[in-house]
Design a protein around this ligand. Structure first.
Ligand SMILES: C[S@@+](CC[C@H](N)C(=O)[O-])C[C@H]1O[C@@H](n2cnc3c(N)ncnc32)[C@H](O)[C@@H]1O
Length: 328
């Protein structure tokens, strides 16, 4: 791995087998890995992935490369792993789930299991099976103190106000219903009602000023309480509030699969943009050990991060280099 010039955004493509190449990387040197390894029994000509391998040896290969990644990743780093599944003898193989369990057994923390819902999917010819339209996109971290910067995301462009001029949250909540529930509650004392209404007004003004993006009220006698801590709060005050300060997407991402790319299984750019922006600091290094057409590196460069791609096939390296050279 060559040294990156701190004053420039750089990309480096390395042709070869990532199982060997990763061993030559400095430990704790990469901020974020975003990758999608070959599918199980994909027509790959290499010793780690081939048509005749068993499911166990495929899982072993992913575990081996993940351990190499664990070594090169900084302690605050993130590992985003996209995996698809397939059927055998009438049953899903559950390959992503098996790998996720193995990785957590080996010390990785699974921060999110994101579902990439493909907004266009290949129909199935099976009469008694639904069309598969999702893949897992796992977000693993090495430690609880991982880097995660939501402030780098663009604010949503949709209006903050309803047509009648009321302030609303990202999930279209205006507080009108909460106000009615609090005022009409038989489970709150007059003092608790007064405090809850003041807290509601405070939430609405924080929403107006942009300090928060969303909130939920849990009101005694009205909502089920899910956590012990909230239950204590509701018992004491008659209500509890959950606030969100950021425009955070949910863990289901609806994204169109990429079509305009010569690779057989390219990432859509949109899929990798959030992971890169949130989990790699500006000027940090993003790595894709199975870089294919170089989507991860391309998006990293566009977002002013350094990027390293490892890929076995010359034609993909050539395409990826060409693609990245066109970024201004
Ligand atoms: C699912 S594709 C990744 C596609 C990529 N995300 C993109 O946006 O184009 C997996 C890639 O891994 C490459 N590959 C397979 N075995 C490899 C290995 N041992 N080392 C490096 N690359 C490998 C394949 O050639 C293929 O391009």
């Amino acid at each position: 791995m060559k040294k990156f010039d701190k004053n420039q955004k750089n990309v480096q493509f390395i042709k070869g087998d990532c199982f060997n190449i990763l061993k030559s990387f400095e430990p704790n040197s990469v901020d974020c890995v975003v990758t999608s390894p070959p599918y199980f029994q994909e027509r790959e000509k290499n010793k780690h992935f081939n048509l005749n391998q068993s499911i166990e040896s495929y899982i072993d290969s992913i575990i081996i490369v993940s351990t190499l990644i664990q070594h090169v990743l900084k302690d605050e780093g993130s590992f985003w792993l996209n995996l698809g599944d397939s059927y055998s003898k009438g049953s899903l193989r559950l390959i992503p789930e098996r790998i996720a369990i193995e990785l957590t057994n080996r010390g990785w923390l699974l921060n999110n299991d994101i579902i990439w819902k493909k907004t266009s999917s290949t129909p199935t010819s099976f009469k008694k099976r639904l069309t598969n339209s999702y893949e897992h996109f796992y977000h693993f971290v090495k430690s609880k103190s991982f880097y995660y910067n939501l402030t780098t995301l663009d604010a949503k462009k949709n209006s903050k106000y309803t047509k009648s001029g009321l302030i609303k949250t990202d999930s279209n909540l205006t507080g009108v219903n909460y106000r009615k529930i609090i005022e009409n509650s038989n489970h709150l004392t007059d003092v608790e009602k007064q405090n809850a209404l003041l807290a509601l007004d405070k939430c609405l003004s924080e929403l107006e000023s942009g300090d928060i993006k969303d909130f939920r009220f849990i009101i005694r006698g009205h909502n089920k309480v899910v956590s012990y801590q909230r239950q204590k709060e509701v018992e004491k005050n008659g209500y509890a509030i959950i606030k969100s300060r950021y425009n955070k997407p949910s863990d289901v991402w609806e994204i169109l699969p990429e079509k305009d790319n010569p690779h057989y299984a390219p990432f859509p750019e949109e899929l990798v943009e959030f992971p890169i922006k949130v989990s790699c600091p500006p000027n940090g290094i993003v790595l894709d050990p199975f870089s294919g057409s170089g989507t991860t590196c391309f998006v990293a460069l566009k977002n002013k991060r350094n990027a390293i791609g490892i890929e076995l096939r010359e034609e993909f390296i050539k395409y990826a280099k060409d693609r990245c050279s066109k970024i201004n």
